[in-house]
Design a protein around this ligand. Structure first.
Ligand code: ADP
Ligand code: ASP
Ligand code: MG
Length: 409
């Protein structure tokens, strides 16, 4: 088999952990597989590098930030290659550029355009282990680019697709994908399998165990992803297509995201084109709007409420104050201490009353719902940030996620 293994920050966070990672690589190699290994920077290293840049400048150039943070992965790739060589294993490190990752030029949020992997594939065919830096590539002009935080997952899946791997093993500090973040819900259960669709929703709604784009890629190309622990040698969770998913409960997981802020613009004269007027400037500023609610108009006036990432709150408030003046709206208000809590599951398609139950559970805990948005397989509510953990735990237990799938109601 041809396998891509990806090791996250904690799995390569120290010399000792790099030795443990080498054990896992060596064991897989001994089974006769061809291996490409994608590594993250040591845990905490990317943050440390970004903080140093901010000590020098409040707004460092993104090209230089990429040049800086890409070093984190180069350290771990070289160290792992050294350790493997020390054991007599034919291994070699590759930077993103050397491995053939070609991206666009959007620094700090680059997208992979293609992977020119012929050289790397030849190495694998000769039995050599390729240790590749995650998170980075180069653009057409040869500038170093990075793929956005958590991007090594995406590097790994993209490489697996490019080299035609049989599976992409993502090693991390939890032994699988759980029904909720195990750091928040003690009774969270490990899932044996989860569908791409559900994992995509969970990731985009805040479960940072996999970067959303890595799941998108895996789904598009049907690449099986095995999320597992580098600390315990137990089977993890397979992320695969829906047909192969075994579990058919109404919901599969709960996710939350604290990185939210809410803005309301009130008393806007209601006529065609207002949404474009409100959201045009936000889009031009490169800010992603998430949940949007527009109220029915009364006396020709309407209200619009929407959420943005918290780091874009001040900027968005400024833009909305201008929009408010231009459109002769009544007022703008905001709240940067809200959070999103979501329940996700393909079973929602065939179970009715899931939304009603979610709202009743939150009401029983005295949690006020500020906004609601749904899709076929998820329901998201925006609530006061201080109730996030309470909401996640209450929903997890009310939907029976702490019980075996067959014993839920
Ligand atoms: P890595 O550095 O290996 O990429 P991450 O910190 O990015 O690891 O992702 C692993 C973390 O994701 C876990 O430690 C866990 O706290 C968090 N997490 C959030 N939601 C979930 C979930 N539903 N299942 C498992 N882990 C989750
Ligand atoms: N080192 C990068 C980060 O911390 C990429 C990754 O770990 O996936 O975001
Ligand atoms: Mg990660």
């Amino acid at each position: 088999m041809r396998i891509v293994q990806k090791f996250g920050g904690t799995s390569v966070g120290s010399i000792d952990r790099i030795r443990k990672t080498a054990d896992i690589v060596a064991a897989e190699l001994a089974r006769g597989h061809q291996l490409a290994v994608v590594v993250s920077a040591m845990s905490g290293e990317t943050n440390r590098l970004i903080e140093m840049a901010h000590e020098l400048s409040p707004c460092p150039a993104e090209r230089e930030l990429d040049a800086l943070v890409a070093t984190g992965e180069q350290v771990t790739a070289a160290l792992l290659a050294i350790e493997l060589q020390q054991r007599g294993i034919d291994a070699r490190s590759f930077t993103g550029g050397q491995a053939g990752f070609r991206t666009d030029s959007s620094h700090v949020r680059a997208r992979i355009q293609r992977i020119e992997c012929e050289h790397l594939v030849r190495c694998l065919e000769q039995g050599r282990v390729a240790v590749v830096t995650g998170f980075q590539g180069i653009d057409e002009a040869g500038n170093i680019t990075t793929l956005g935080r958590g991007g090594s997952d995406t590097s790994a899946v993209a490489l697996a697709v490019a080299i035609g791997a049989d599976v992409c093993d993502i090693y991390t500090d939890v032994d699988g994908i759980y029904t909720a973040d195990p750091r928040v819900v003690a009774g969270a259960r490990k899932l044996d399998r989860i569908s791409y669709e559900e994992m995509l929703e969970l990731a985009s709604l805040g479960a940072k165990v996999l970067q959303t784009r890595s799941v998108e890629l895996a789904m598009r190309y049907g690449m099986p992803v095995h999320l597992r622990s580098s600390f315990h040698p137990v089977p993890g969770t397979m992320v695969t297509s829906e047909e192969e998913s075994m579990e058919r409960a109404s919901i599969s997981g709960v996710a939350y995201n604290r990185d939210e802020a809410k803005i309301t613009i009130k008393g806007i004269p209601d006529h065609p084109g207002i949404a474009a007027n409100v959201f045009g400037p936000v889009a031009e500023a490169g800010i992603n709007v998430d949940v949007i609610v527009q109220n029915i108009s009364e006396h020709g006036l309407t209200d619009i409420t929407f959420t943005v990432p918290r780091s874009d709150y001040n900027k968005t408030m400024e833009l909305m104050q201008q929009v408010c003046r231009d459109m002769k709206a009544r007022s703008v208000s905001g709240d940067d201490s809200v959070a999103k809590v979501s329940i996700v599951g393909v079973g929602m398609r065939s179970h009715s009353g899931v939304a009603k139950k979610m709202f009743e559970v939150l009401a029983a805990e005295g949690i006020n719902i500020q906004m609601i948005t749904t899709s076929e397989i998820k329901i998201t509510v925006v609530i006061d940030e201080k109730y996030v953990e309470l909401a996640v735990r209450a929903l997890h237990s009310a939907f029976g996620l702490d019980r075996e799938p067959g014993q839920r109601n």
